[in-house]
Design a protein around this ligand. Structure first.
Ligand code: UD1
Length: 325
């Protein structure tokens, strides 16, 4: 395990320049930064907050990124991994089939299908539903333009599907400071007695049990995906200066299946109220994972049952510590 140095700095502040300088060797008028790569997780991610505070979202997620890229460019740090989201697919997520990276491209692209015939994909996307989603799309488009202008960049944008779960130790987990809106944190809150029930949004989707289907990826698998992306980029395995990858399992689960797996892991029943569809939701959002497995040599290892067990392990400890106080 290499030693880890932790610095807590706003990535938009001038202190970032001092940090990069500290890791830079200056010899005979030239400089070489010892930082070999950067993973950018510094974006805000709440859909509802982005609707009420769009400027804050554009300021941090877009302007902050542009400033930071300029700084990295100055220091010659060009191996860059960006946390993106399946939200960039917009209404393509309604197509009812796993999403491939070519469903959202930033420059016209020629794609070969399984039969070997070629088709041209135009750049752009339809149906982005929130400022948060737009910040992810803008950020990717900026990164694609940067790589086009300077092919010495190695930029990978990782499109997260639905990250869930906690570290199996129960020491690291999701503990939102605000009222959660994502499915598993809401169920965890119900199990912890913080919320009385789960509202299931929509039971009339065209899916096996009528509830929506998502691709739930364990956070540890997701973390491994970042390491794989950094490693592949530094070994020169990535074929273009800007490349997108879906980080998902390739397998969909319905909201009911998620609920059942958490009930099973906890041995408790979750009270449910079935209500109408949530605005902006899609019925089926699942990753095609072939590109990530082929080019990054990465695939997920953990199941939904493991996600549920780890979430319950973390939630249980929270309940004990609240009761014990
Ligand atoms: C949401 C965001 C997406 C973001 C992702 C981050 C929206 C519209 N989309 O995706 O932009 O990248 O989180 O993880 O907010 N559900 C319930 N009851 C609840 C909560 C959720 O039934 O209390 C259902 C939803 O209707 C959906 C499924 O569970 O069908 C998953 O919801 P959620 O966890 O919020 O993820 P996404 O909607 O996929």
């Amino acid at each position: 395990m290499p030693s880890l140095e932790f610095e807590q700095i706003d990535y938009r502040s001038p202190a970032m320049r001092s940090l990069l300088s500290r890791y830079t060797r200056y010899t005979n008028g030239s400089k070489q930064c010892m930082i070999s790569g950067v993973i950018h997780f510094a974006a805000y991610k709440s859909v509802s907050d982005s609707i009420s505070k769009p400027l804050q979202y554009y300021q941090n997620n877009v302007c902050g990124l542009v400033e930071f890229l300029s700084l990295l460019h100055e220091f010659g740090v060009k191996n860059f991994v960006f946390s993106s989201s399946a939200t960039v697919y917009g209404s393509m997520a309604n197509k009812g089939k796993p999403l491939t990276e070519e469903d959202c491209v930033h420059h016209p692209t020629v794609v070969k299908d399984e039969s070997g015939s070629e088709r041209k994909v135009e750049a752009g996307v339809f149906g982005l539903t929130s400022p948060y989603g737009r910040t992810k799309w803008f950020a990717e488009a900026i990164l694609a333009d940067l790589a086009e202008s300077d092919p010495s960049w190695k930029i990978t944008a990782l499109r997260y599907f639905n990250p869930v779960g906690c570290h199996e130790s129960g020491l690291l987990g999701e503990d939102p400071r605000q009222k959660p809106t994502n499915l598993i944190p809401v169920v965890a809150n119900v199990l912890a007695g913080v919320q009385p029930k789960l509202q299931v949004f929509g039971s009339d989707w065209d899916t096996p049990d009528g509830t929506a289907v998502r691709d739930f990826i364990h956070v540890v698998d997701l973390a491994r995906g970042h390491i794989a992306a950094l490693a592949a980029a530094s070994k020169g395995h990535i074929q273009s200066p800007f490349r997108t990858y879906n980080l998902g399992t390739g397998r969909g689960h319905t909201v009911n299946e998620v609920l059942n797996s958490l009930e099973h892991a906890s041995g408790q029943n979750v009270p449910v109220e079935r209500v109408g569809r949530r605005a902006g939701d899609v019925g089926f959002c699942v990753a095609d994972t072939q590109r990530a497995s082929r080019e990054l040599g990465w695939r997920t290892e953990k199941s939904l049952a493991q996600c549920a067990a780890d979430v319950w392990n973390f939630t249980k400890q929270k309940v004990i510590s609240v009761v014990g106080q």
